[in-house]
Design a protein around this ligand. Structure first.
Ligand SMILES: [Zn+2]
Length: 286
């Protein structure tokens, strides 16, 4: 029987591994991420962000993912990323997502709690896990822009209060990472991660994983991060594979040739991340 994503996350938490939450924007990305997940027997969260949902209907993306779940005979976990729209979350819950993220980090404290609680109530009717965010993570994520000067780090006290009041399943923390690609080396606050990990009993989520060094990922996971979101780096891998193929002398109408190259480039990046995040399973690679 398919394990609930909550259990997958709690197992990862106790084993000091992290579940990769990988953003996918089209059918080729879904197919590739799931192929690598099956190849390594490592469950992943397929993450749908706001931008691809403006481009392709949610139901289409869900159906593609669920079709691969059948074909691969491997559980597929679907996660809605950074939603601030309760109607969109309701639709995701109805379409059978495994987890949803409500991003109320830009709201005043009480409003964030009030709306997060609403989402938890709505999601619990279908046993869907809820992620919420505390503190503001700098950078650009789809249509959400947070300037570095407006970002602020999560404190353990806030984390305890917020999780107790909202009953969320996972908490996205602001610990020095940023969305998008890093221009300067980020300073991750590992001791802050450890303090929050010790203070709350829900898995912690790190956003803004693109372009971090392997060592930074390893240290963040060892300090207590259980879900790592990767978005920009995957799109870069896919598009650079596509670009490389486009620069060869090949018939332009051979679409499959170009996408195959993009998929291979993405697969290599996904493989690296899954092995890196499963610190206990792939010790030799780390
Ligand atoms: Zn994010």
């Amino acid at each position: 029987m398919k394990k609930h994503i909550r259990d997958v996350m709690m197992k990862a938490r106790s084993e000091q591994n992290a579940v990769a939450a990988l953003t996918v924007q089209n059918a080729e990305m879904i197919k590739t991420v799931l192929k690598v997940s099956k190849e390594l027997s490592v469950p992943v969260l397929l993450m749908l962000g706001q931008k691809p949902l403006q481009h392709l209907d949610m139901k289409v993306m869900v159906n593609i993912a669920r079709t691969y779940e059948d074909l691969n005979a491997m559980p597929v976990y679907l996660h809605l990323d950074h939603s601030r729209d309760l109607d969109q979350i309701r639709r995701a819950v109805e379409l059978g997502f495994d987890s949803v993220m409500f991003d109320g980090s830009a709201l005043p404290w009480n409003k964030n709690i009030e709306l997060t609680k609403k989402v938890v109530d709505m999601a619990s009717s279908k046993n869907v896990a809820v992620e919420a965010e505390l503190g503001k993570i700098a950078g650009v994520e789809d249509d959400i822009v947070v300037r570095e000067s407006d970002s602020n780090l999560t404190t353990p006290e806030e984390a305890v209060d917020f999780t107790a009041k909202t009953n969320i399943d996972w908490l996205a923390v602001s610990i020095g990472t940023a969305h998008g690609w890093y221009k300067e080396k980020p300073k991750l606050d590992y001791s802050r991660i450890k303090e929050i990990r010790a203070a709350v009993n829900v898995p912690l989520v790190m956003h803004g994983g693109s372009g971090l060094s392997d060592d930074a990922f390893r240290q963040a996971i060892q300090s207590g991060i259980t879900k790592v979101n990767v978005d920009t780096e995957l799109r870069r891998a896919f598009m650079s594979g596509l670009q490389e193929a486009l620069s060869t002398e090949h018939a332009i109408e051979d679409l499959i040739y170009y996408f195959k190259n993009a998929e291979e480039s993405l697969a290599a990046t996904v493989r690296g991340k899954l092995q890196l995040f499963q610190t206990s399973q792939f010790k030799d690679n780390n």
